[in-house]
Design a protein around this ligand. Structure first.
Ligand SMILES: [Mn+2]
Length: 435
């Protein structure tokens, strides 16, 4: 049984639709792969957000009825000969009784019925998983051409539902925040486990196994993205996912992993000394990144823009690089010239929610960055990466890569760190790893 949460989301979203609009939302398709036999399915996030319907191969249509909006759901039909392979389907009766659809039909009827539904609407609001969905919409529109003399004008405008829906998805409801909190807690606990299991002589994938084991053990569905377990110089490859190198005594390991829990993502990065103790050079770089991260988190409050937070991180990282001797010159000049780029080349973070890199514009108008609001969730993840290829650097720094990432909920007065369950101070990490 779906909660009122989804009805409320539909109501709120449909208020943004023009008088002459109709809404068509596609579920994700079954990832059929006959060689693999069974594949993991993940629902389209927009479709799930609006309907709470977890099955593949469905189309939700929202159309204005006589009194109010009607929700018509096309979905898989219950067929015993298929259910014996893949389990019970929801079917049309349950779609109406438990998922709030006003009318429900087998998916096969969609192409016969949808052109009739979109007739005499001017705008189609839609989402797509791929170009097939887009072509389907175009084919429905085309099938109406030639009926103008009967008084039916085919829709002329296609509008992405993201424009309004993604604004809604940015502001998390209390129910969503509970789920994100849980995803963050599970992710933090798994990182703690990896911290304790980390030692010289094991391979990167052994840490990955500890993390994934702990995700599933705690009820998570899977890693929310490909785990990054980057020993030594691999940390300088931002999206390193090979995870098969030996972890060496004296090196660091960067672990960027989060769980997906009931569709919501956690995303945490910690950087650990493999043998449990930071070297002097590692300690200096680590503390520089940590101080930057703490200062950025401290600056978060409603009204500040995401870009201001990013700029703050650029300035602080530049200051630190100067202190470490990795850059020379005047702070202001270096910031303006973006001299930090070889060491810090990514943004401070990203929105987080149903997707790891969640939806929502960062810039809302030309030259206007979005101000953060209570209920928004995002990551703060500065880093310093000293690729040995960078010319002219002292050898003691070569190959050190540090990123520290936490998930943040903006509150009325500031923010809350949702991933505080996993330590990040040098002292806390060392004492945890040596016990
Ligand atoms: Mn991240």
């Amino acid at each position: 049984m779906i909660s009122n949460e989804y009805k409320e989301r539909q109501r709120k979203f449909l208020k943004t639709i023009n008088d002459n609009g109709i809404v068509i939302v596609f579920a994700a398709k079954d990832p059929k792969d006959h060689q693999k036999a069974v594949c993991k399915f993940r629902q389209n996030s927009d479709f799930y957000y609006l309907t709470g319907f977890e099955e593949s191969d469905a189309i939700a249509v929202f159309i204005r009825g006589r009194k109010s909006w009607e929700y018509i759901l096309f979905s898989q039909e219950k067929k015993p000969e298929i259910e014996v392979w893949t389990g019970k389907k929801i079917g049309q009766i349950q779609a109406r009784e438990e998922y709030g659809a006003d009318q429900a039909f087998p998916l096969e009827k969609a192409t016969a019925m949808i052109p009739e539904l979109i007739k005499s609407h001017q705008q189609i609001y839609f989402n797509t998983n791929d170009h097939e969905d887009y072509e389907l919409i175009l084919s429905w529109v085309r099938s109406l051409q030639g009926q103008e003399r009967q008084g039916f004008n085919p829709p002329l405008e296609l509008i992405d539902i993201g424009k309004e829906l993604h604004e809604m998805r940015m502001r998390k409801s209390p129910e969503e925040i509970l789920l994100i909190r849980k995803a963050c807690e599970i992710s933090a606990a798994a990182h703690l486990r990896a911290m304790k299991a980390c030692k010289p002589g094991i391979r990167e994938y052994e840490l990955e196994a500890e993390l994934v084991y702990d995700f599933l053990r705690q009820g998570g569905s899977a890693p929310a993205f490909e785990p990054i377990i980057a020993g030594g110089v691999n940390a300088c490859i931002l999206h390193y996912t090979k995870n098969d190198m030996l972890l060496k005594d004296g090196d660091l390991v960067l672990i960027d992993v989060g769980v997906e829990y009931k569709h919501y993502a956690g995303d945490i990065t910690r950087t650990l000394p493999i043998n449990g103790k930071f070297s002097l050079a590692q300690r200096a770089v680590y503390q520089a990144v940590l101080d930057t991260q703490l200062a950025v988190i401290k600056a978060i409050k409603p009204g500040i823009t995401w870009f201001e937070l990013h700029q703050l991180s650029e300035r602080l990282i530049t200051e630190k690089l100067l202190t470490l001797g990795l850059l020379q010159g005047k702070l202001e000049d270096l910031v303006v010239a973006k001299a930090f780029k070889p060491f810090y080349m990514h943004f401070i973070g990203h929105w987080l929610g149903l997707d790891v890199h969640d939806v929502g514009f960062y810039k809302i108008k030309e030259d206007q960055w979005r101000k953060v609001e209570p209920g928004m969730v995002f990551t703060v993840e500065p880093g310093i990466y000293i690729d040995p290829e960078i010319s002219g650097i002292d050898k003691k720094w070569a190959g050190i890569g540090v990123r520290i990432e936490d998930d943040i909920l903006v509150t009325e007065n500031g923010c809350e760190v949702l991933t505080a369950g996993v330590p990040k101070s040098i002292e806390a990490i060392e004492s945890l790893m040596q016990n």
